[in-house]
Ligand binder design. Structure first.
Ligand code: NAI
Ligand code: MG
Length: 326
């Protein structure tokens, strides 16, 4: 059975790292059919729309999507794309790889971030010149869906339950509902949990990341805390992510368009290539997923490295080095 994969590079270094991931997947000769879609600042300038309907439809109909990044229009692209795949969880591993000069080399975390609501539900208002408001949405159903995924994610693995990061001491209704729902689903599934206040987590994870493993959190907390973890492991060029829905999924690096280096061919493709390995695993190609992950890991350990990791190699050099190891 061949799989149709949507490829949406977007803007900036999205245009550089996405083809790198496609090259790696093509080198495996799995017979995937890649279909390209446009999104982001460039297509908005041309057509007035950051996410053309046909790109949305492509993501909503293919088995999986590889997305790069979008610039100023990011919110108008990635939020609807996550909706197109009905993604309720964003899986964000943050791992320090051997050979990389990480602030905390012992870091090995996975964030399971709620992906549909919280402060990103889109209910913002400008009441007057000097007053703006935001409505934070937390539902039992979205919290349940996330918790069930988290239970599946850890059961039968080396992961010993998961940690719930929240701020229910202040946001009693919203994060209270989130925490109670996630906890109760975990209890029903016989999964152990502990909990931590999200601000305290930020300190603890910097001082001693080893005490955490799988972290389940609301949308904004997951966004911010996983970027913080990127700082612990050697930068944004290393963090992949998967937006999982019931029938399809979208894979993207955590980073953005990196305007400071875009166009130079020097972007680190590791985050995007590991995202492609997550796509392989999602589609059931476990062996190939492991092979790609190991090829990236040994490239990170032995080089070549792009400038963000202290080297002078190009995106293409690193991509070729990964493909050579496959
Ligand atoms: P960014 O992730 O684009 O860049 C932050 C810093 O990390 C920059 O110094 C950049 O050079 C570096 N960096 C990021 N990825 C790298 C890679 N693969 N290799 C080497 N260095 C890398 O975040 P920033 O600067 O906050 O945002 C830039 C643009 O990206 C904005 O327009 C923002 O809206 C957009 N953005 C889009 C996202 C998406 O489409 N999902 C996510 C985050 C930001
Ligand atoms: Mg972010």
């Amino acid at each position: 059975m061949t799989h149709e994969i949507a490829v949406i590079p977007g803007d900036g270094i999205g245009q550089e790292v996405t083809p790198a991931a496609v090259d790696v997947l093509e080198s495996l000769e799995l017979g995937f059919e890649f279909v390209e879609g446009e999104a982001g600042d460039a297509v908005r300038e041309e057509t007035g729309e950051a996410l053309p309907q046909e790109t949305y439809d492509l993501a909503a109909s293919t088995d999986a999507t590889l997305f790069g990044a979008a610039g100023d229009s990011a919110a108008d692209v990635i939020l609807p794309l996550r909706e197109a795949v009905d993604s309720f969880v964003n899986v964000r591993p943050a791992k320090a790889y051997p050979g990389i000069d990480a602030v905390r080399p012992e870091t090995d975390l996975v964030f399971l971030r709620e992906n549909t609501e919280g402060v990103y539900a889109g209910h913002e208002d400008r009441l007057s010149e000097d007053v703006s408001t935001l409505t934070r949405v937390v539902t039992e159903s979205a919290s349940e869906r996330l918790a069930e995924f988290a239970c599946d994610y850890v059961s039968g693995t080396e992961h010993d339950g998961f940690t719930i990061a929240h701020k229910a001491n202040v946001m009693r209704e919203t994060d209270g509902l989130f925490r109670d729902t996630v906890k109760s689903v975990a209890e029903d599934n016989g999964i152990e949990t502990d909990e931590v206040l999200m601000d305290a987590f930020a300190t603890h994870v910097c001082l001693d990341p080893e005490q955490f493993d799988v972290v389940v959190c609301p949308n904004l907390a997951g966004d911010v805390l996983s970027d913080l973890a990127a700082g612990l492991v050697g930068g944004l060029g290393l963090l992949p992510s998967a937006n999982i829905g019931p029938d399809r999924a979208l894979f993207e690096p955590v980073h953005g368009t990196a305007p400071d280096i875009a166009g130079d061919g020097l972007a680190n493709p590791a985050a995007k290539i590991i995202s492609a390995a997550m796509l392989l695993e999602y589609l059931g190609y476990d062996e190939e997923a492991d092979a790609v992950t190991e090829a990236v890991e040994s490239t990170l350990a032995e080089g070549p490295h792009t400038p963000d990791l202290g080297g002078d190699a190009s995106t293409e050099d690193v991509t070729e080095a990964v493909i050579d190891r496959l």
